[in-house]
Design a protein around this ligand. Structure first.
Ligand code: SF4
Length: 415
């Protein structure tokens, strides 16, 4: 399914491209590669089966790249078993101990993430960069506002500033340059959204390395989702960013799902799975829209069909309001009016609405939109028209009492 043509975005900034070298699923970041989704496991990396299960769940939810912590020897040993079985490139997250970076490389990881605030000795940094260069493994320079190099913190007046974060990244890059290593992507994350946005804007002015976007420690949903989306979407809309991660205090599957949904919503990735839309319900609603939408989401989510499905509260307006959806259902007079691209194809009893959506999602998956339209019941459109007319009769043309409100507005504004 094609991404929407109207993007509402600035042209994407040109960055160089790096590749995370997975044997069957190498993932390019930067350049003209699609913006990718990342997430991070929350299991102990030494727990190989548990971590692999989570990696597969993240992959299924839309993650292109997964990061695992490599904080101790047992974790590196776990990575040695995880990496060959992972369906996506694995990034080892390294803090403090440069030897863990070397151990992760031994385990065969496809990328390292180094925090310049935590590994500070130039000889250690250069040793790791040289080793990555020899093995063809990229590094993410992962600056984090909360663990900024103390010297920079002091230099910039005891504050975390965008300038300090950018300087931290560029200093690390200079060490890499000394050994001729430039297979690098960079992040400058902060939990403060305006700070993070400024830091990435400044960084994108001074480097063409691909950028990994994120609002760190965004917190639990829904506030965490809002914060992360605010920062990441603002930058993507400016054409900044090559790969993204939501950092939520939640099951990481939610991170991957949110990342994927954001990219799909912004037209940066083609739709891979379900996009369920539902009307907010109003005075015309003939059914509990929230319940039907939740049931439909649960029933369709696992099917991995790239489809937009609409759950609409009434047949008076539903098929028209959601005519762009591939498939939808609108309630009315105890029946569900199933429509494909706005055309009613079948009318079912109200308690079969969700089952009908599932059945027709499969039809669309197997036969396409045209095939589904070709299966339309002959009398379905006429039945829907009759139900619509009957509802208009019962409810009148102004079921939401909008006319009364308009009158009040007019009185208020003319007083
Ligand atoms: S008019 Fe119908 S479809 Fe639109 S919001 Fe109201 S109930 Fe939903």
């Amino acid at each position: 399914m094609k991404a929407p043509e109207r993007s509402g975005r600035s042209a994407r900034r040109q960055t160089r491209q790096i590749v995370l070298p997975h044997p069957t699923n190498p993932v390019a970041v930067g350049g003209d590669a699609p913006v990718t989704v990342q997430s991070m496991t929350t299991t102990k990396t030494a727990d190989v089966d548990g971590t692999l299960q989570q990696i597969y769940a993240l992959y299924g939810a839309g993650a292109d790249i997964v990061r695992c912590t490599c904080n101790e020897r047992e974790a590196a040993e776990g990575l040695a078993q995880i990496v060959p079985r992972s369906p996506v490139p694995i990034v080892a997250d390294i803090h403090h101990q440069y030897k863990m970076a070397l151990a992760a490389l031994e385990a065969g990881v496809h990328c390292l993430r180094l925090n310049p605030g935590n590994i500070r000795k130039p000889e250690h940094i250069k040793t790791v960069a040289q080793e990555c260069k020899d093995r063809g493994v990229p590094i993410r320079i992962g600056v984090n506002g909360g663990s900024l190099d103390e010297r920079l913190y002091v230099k910039y007046g005891g504050k975390v500033t965008p300038e300090a974060m950018v300087e931290s990244a560029m200093t690390e890059l200079a060490y890499f340059d000394e050994v001729g290593f430039d297979d690098v992507k960079i992040s400058v994350k902060a939990s403060n959204v305006p700070l993070m946005i400024d830091a990435y804007r400044q960084l994108s002015e001074v480097t063409d390395h691909p950028l990994h976007l994120g609002v760190t420690e965004a917190g639990p949903p829904p506030a965490g989702l809002v914060k992360a989306t605010a920062g990441i979407a603002a930058l993507l809309a400016e054409g900044i960013g090559d790969t993204i991660r939501y950092s939520l205090t939640a099951d990481p599957v939610e991170e991957a799902r949110a990342g994927r949904q954001l990219l799909e919503a912004m037209g940066l990735r083609e739709r891979k799975g379900l996009d369920l839309i539902a009307c907010p319900s109003c005075g015309r609603a003939e059914v509990d829209v929230i319940k039907v939408a939740n049931d439909a989401q649960a029933a369709l989510e696992g099917k991995k069909i790239p489809i937009q499905v609409a759950v609409m509260g009434c047949v008076v307006n539903g098929p028209g309001e959601a005519r762009e959806a591939d498939l939808g259902i609108a309630a009315g007079r105890k029946r569900g009016h199933l429509f494909v691209k706005g055309k009613v194809v079948k009318v079912v009893p109200e308690d079969e609405m969700v089952d009908a959506l599932v059945e027709w999602a499969d039809v669309i998956a197997n036969e396409g939109i045209e095939g589904a339209l070709g299966r339309a019941d002959e009398g379905a459109a006429a039945e829907a028209d009759a139900d619509r007319a009957a509802l208009l009769d019962e409810q009148g043309a102004d079921a939401n009492a909008a006319g009364q409100k308009v009158e009040l507005i007019r009185k208020t504004t003319s007083a």
